[in-house]
Design a protein around this ligand. Structure first.
Ligand SMILES: Cc1cc2nc3c(=O)[nH]c(=O)nc-3n(C[C@H](O)[C@H](O)[C@H](O)COP(=O)(O)O)c2cc1C
Length: 181
């Protein structure tokens, strides 16, 4: 029987996970990064191919360059550390991108469990994504479309007036679910 307390904690962790794009300057400890990488390593993948490698970037100059490789990657410039998710491009039609999404979610949940904030950054268009692996010394078959910023969340600023360009919250279960009895 699953422990209902653990079950509740897991549901709260999943529902409470929000994108954090502003970070305090405080560094992230080696043990915390290691814990996050362990969660990534244990992600399941199709045929247990583990079609990923993880590149941990602390270098401020490199984070700045990466932050300019996509319209929404800007938060990388202010993150104390980022984990780049390299995926085997020869397997990308073969579930590898799905696997990588699971891996990214595990990274973010493991970070949140330690009080860290995180946010994905997508490198796009494709020409930008193609630049990332060579920048960090990875060759074919590795391709990096996603990085995840990690850090201690900055103290929240006062909310800006007006609405965000992105919708917040989620669709209701009524909108999402079809049940076939
Ligand atoms: C596949 C994927 C790519 C994303 N890429 C970016 C990105 O490039 N930049 C960014 O700031 N947020 C990115 N996000 C974060 C989403 O914008 C965020 O999860 C969504 O707006 C919901 O916000 P919330 O998780 O805080 O509720 C990405 C999320 C996913 C799942």
């Amino acid at each position: 029987m699953p422990d209902p307390v653990d079950d509740h904690e897991l549901a709260c962790a999943v529902k409470g996970l929000r994108a954090t794009r502003r970070f305090a300057p405080e560094p992230v400890g080696r043990a915390e990064i290691r814990h996050v990488l362990e969660a990534a390593r244990w992600t399941g993948s199709a045929r247990n191919r583990q079609p990923w490698r993880f590149v941990v970037v602390h270098d401020r100059d490199l984070l700045g360059r990466l932050s300019r490789l996509g319209g929404y990657a800007g938060h990388l410039a202010g993150a104390p550390v980022a984990i780049l998710l390299a995926v085997d491009a020869t397997l990308s039609r073969d579930d590898a991108e799905f696997d990588a999404g699971r891996c990214a979610q595990n990274i973010m949940l493991a970070a949140a469990a330690q009080g860290l904030g995180s946010c994905p950054a997508s490198f796009f268009p494709a020409a930008n994504a193609d630049r990332v692996a060579p920048l960090v010394g990875l060759d074919e078959p590795w391709r990096i479309r996603t990085a995840i910023s990690l850090g201690h969340p900055a103290t929240a600023p006062a909310p800006l007036p007006g609405r965000s360009a992105l919708p917040s919250g989620r669709l209701s279960l009524d909108e999402l679910v079809t049940e076939i009895p």
